[in-house]
Design a protein around this ligand. Structure first.
Ligand SMILES: [Zn+2]
Length: 57
């Protein structure tokens, strides 16, 4: 599988190092606003609250 590199990029996007802590940074739902995270799926992100779906490219 050639997904190794892509996976690393995604991980670095969703994790942020603050001091000695690793903070998870995920995307918020554009409809519900801050506080509502989108669930990560293999090829898309979905909001469990309003049903918003965003496809990854
Ligand atoms: Zn939503």
């Amino acid at each position: 599988m050639a997904k190794g590199k892509k996976g690393e990029v995604l991980v670095s996007k969703f994790y942020e190092i603050k001091g000695d802590k690793v903070v998870r940074t995920r995307k918020f739902c554009p409809r519900c606003g801050e506080g509502v995270f989108l669930a990560e799926h293999k090829d898309r992100r979905t909001c469990g609250r309003c049903g918003y779906t965003e496809f990854k490219k």
